[in-house]
Design a protein around this ligand. Structure first.
Ligand SMILES: NC(=O)C1=CN([C@@H]2O[C@H](COP(=O)(O)OP(=O)(O)OC[C@H]3O[C@@H](n4cnc5c(N)ncnc54)[C@H](OP(=O)(O)O)[C@@H]3O)[C@@H](O)[C@H]2O)C=CC1
Ligand SMILES: O=C(O)C1=N[C@H](C(=O)O)C[C@H](O)C1
Length: 221
């Protein structure tokens, strides 16, 4: 059994992760940290082998550093923070960090297809659309898509447009344009359960990664 604690356990993602971990036969939910539950990460770290973090852009890095210092693997879903400080912390730790800006398989495929298309079409722009409680802008997925497209094409990163509206969960369109034609690649998340198979996969694999921090669910597919 993999002993898993969740940071942000009372949030939209964290509560869904707790349900998914409880439903996984090879995992045990050992801790739930969240201000709303009156519990801190420090209190749940001791019993965990892996922490899953879905918190806030300003807490994800300190939480991950705390996990690495304690020798506990961390799977990070929180977006909108700089992962660079995790390199030095990982080197000094027996534990690993894994970050994915998007754990949904459809979004991983969207990023892959967008990178492939960027090699062949003249210009592109990204539109990301999310619920209005989202704190970061642009989304982690859009930022990563732009990076992958620029790396594949050898050109500039495509501009990103952000929309925040009630009624939405998470959506992204990549529109590419060239002579007399456009290509649109779109992914829609209609329920946060879409992220759960990817999160559970990362929990199972994080202990065995050979380069930490590792970024992107594609490494496990
Ligand atoms: N990688 C992916 O596939 C996905 C990533 N995300 C990302 O996940 C993050 C969380 O999103 P979402 O669940 O919608 O946000 P929520 O605001 O619903 O949940 C975040 C929770 O974390 C709590 N929290 C804040 N600080 C701490 C801390 N130090 N320790 C433990 N818990 C803490 C918050 O409490 P309080 O409200 O009191 O601050 C809140 O309950 C965002 O960055 C989002 O972009 C979302 C979906 C998919
Ligand atoms: O905040 C969200 O909801 C989401 N955040 C991630 C991001 O910033 O890309 C993943 C997904 O888009 C949902």
């Amino acid at each position: 059994m993999i002993r898993v604690a969740v940071a942000g356990a009372a949030g939209r993602m964290g509560s869904t992760v707790c349900d998914a971990v409880n439903g996984a036969e090879d995992m045990e939910l050992t801790g739930r940290a969240d201000p709303a539950l009156g519990t801190t990460l420090a209190e749940v770290l001791g019993d965990a082998e892996v922490v899953v973090d879905f918190t806030r852009p300003d807490t994800a890095l300190p939480n991950a550093l705390q996990c690495l210092e304690a020798g506990v693997h961390v799977v990070i879903g929180t977006t909108g923070f700089d992962i660079e400080p995790l390199r030095e912390a990982s080197a000094a730790s027996t534990a690993n960090a894994f970050y994915a800006p998007n754990f949904a398989i459809g979004a991983v495929l969207m990023m892959r297809f967008a990178a492939e298309a960027a090699k062949h079409m003249a210009k592109a722009e990204i539109i990301e659309l999310h619920h209005d409680r989202k704190l970061d802008k642009p989304s982690g997925t859009a930022a990563r898509t732009a990076e992958l497209m620029a790396a594949a094409s050898g050109g500039e990163q495509p501009p990103i447009h952000s929309v925040r509206l009630p009624g939405m969960v998470a959506n992204q369109e990549v529109i590419l344009g060239d002579l007399g034609q456009t290509l649109t690649i779109r992914h829609d998340t209609i329920d946060r359960v879409s992220f759960m198979p990817g999160v559970l996969l990362a929990v199972r694999r994080v202990a065995a990664i050979d380069s930490s921090p590792l970024v992107g669910l594609e490494h496990f597919l």
